[in-house]
Design a protein around this ligand. Structure first.
Ligand code: SF4
Ligand code: SF4
Length: 372
């Protein structure tokens, strides 16, 4: 694990304090969406399809600070849209640093290199750069030729200036696991702190609905990718969440662990679904019917979800609150996860190449139902 000790300590003590207070549901990371507009239009994106009058709106710095203080989280992830398009993003980031929050500023990095001089390196600030694999795959995923080169330029400049940087990848059906492993080599050689990854979620609004995976496919793919690890690979994630993706652990979703706040308010029940909004965080916790979400609930919208915002909080809490979980987390940081079958899958994998760049309008979801 590549996460600095001070951050691990902050999160561990926070989780224990919640336990001692008897809090059953508490947030670990706030998904703060200050705006939805973006300078890209990725086919798998569930955010940039809003109508223009919504895309023009944004949260003020004061609204961002109020949401962070109301929820009391130790960590804030700022996705979007593209946060660097927010005219007051520097003020928002500096205000959160002053409040000692660990921030993951998510960016597609098209503007990163140009904007870097406005930010100051801090242990509280990480640029989480959207990079979906090697050049060809990333450009396909973001529907923009040359996107990878610009993002990599931004990453290298941020590393050079002393910022924490974590490339953040979402993988969809058909991805080549050998290419993903080669991508890990490439980004680690750029000097990044650690890799962040997740399987994609099938947003209703995403134009391309054909490349989302069911749970069995996710497990097969991530077992091939994450077994037989190289020592040089570091992950800015809970090792237990990675084991969950590989099929070594069964977890239930913790949707309140990553609550989402945007111009609409607090989103029910999670970052991925939109079953209404509340004005306050307290109302979100108290009025959401949590039992209607997660795989065990039988909710079809949750059936194939293994996304980090739902399941990484479960893994983090497991790792810090039980001795067995803590020991597994320590072991996971040093294990290569040797697996002969996973190696065979890699050896026999035949890349299929990419279909047309964007498949807007397709409704054939062809999802694999894999609750077993
Ligand atoms: S960069 Fe992110 S927010 Fe922008 S279109 Fe792509 S997925 Fe959506
Ligand atoms: S399983 Fe996924 S979609 Fe369902 S509540 Fe959890 S995070 Fe949201």
């Amino acid at each position: 694990m590549a996460i600095p000790i001070s951050q691990v300590w902050t999160v561990a003590t926070y989780v224990w304090k919640q336990r001692l207070k008897g809090n059953k549901r508490y947030p670990l990371v706030l998904m703060l969406e200050p705006l939805f507009r973006c300078n890209l239009a990725c086919a798998g994106c569930g955010k940039v399809q809003y109508p223009p009058h919504i895309l023009k709106k944004q949260l003020s710095p004061e609204e961002c600070f109020a949401a962070v203080e109301e929820s009391g989280v130790p960590m804030v992830s700022i996705p979007g849209g593209e946060p660097l398009l927010h005219p007051q993003i520097v003020e928002i980031v500096n205000g959160l640093i002053a409040r000692k929050k660990y921030i993951y500023l998510c960016t597609n990095a098209l503007e990163l290199k140009r904007r870097l001089p406005e930010f100051t390196p801090s242990k509280y600030l990480t640029f989480s750069v959207h990079l979906d694999g090697q050049r060809e795959h990333h450009d396909f995923s973001v529907c923009r030729e040359g996107g990878w080169d610009i993002a990599v330029e931004g990453i290298k400049e941020a590393v050079k200036r002393g910022f924490r940087v974590t490339p953040n990848s979402t993988f969809f059906d058909g991805v080549d696991p050998n290419s993903v492993r080669a991508y890990f080599d490439e980004v680690m050689a750029m000097g990044v702190e650690g890799i962040v990854l997740s399987p994609g979620y099938s947003y209703d609004k995403a134009p391309d609905q054909t490349h989302f995976m069911g749970r069995a496919k996710v497990r097969r793919l991530f077992r091939a990718i994450l077994s037989n690890r190289k020592k040089s690979w570091k992950f800015n994630m809970s090792p237990l969440f990675l084991e969950f993706l590989m099929g070594d652990r069964q977890y239930e979703c913790t949707p309140w662990g990553s609550p989402s706040y945007s111009i609409f308010g607090w989103q029910k029940p999670c970052y991925l679904l939109q079953d209404g909004y509340t004005e306050t965080y307290k109302e979100l916790i108290e009025t959401t019917k949590w039992e209607e979400y997660g795989v065990a609930s039988g909710n079809p919208k949750c059936a194939n979800c293994m996304v980090s915002c739902g399941y990484e909080p479960t893994a983090v809490i497991d790792g810090f609150l039980s001795l067995r979980g803590f020991w597994s987390m320590v072991k996971g940081n040093f294990s290569a996860y040797k697996d002969a079958h996973a190696q065979k899958v890699l050896n026999e994998f035949k890349p299929q190449g990419h279909a047309p760049l964007i498949q807007i309008g397709s409704t054939d979801r062809a999802m694999e139902e894999t609750n077993a």
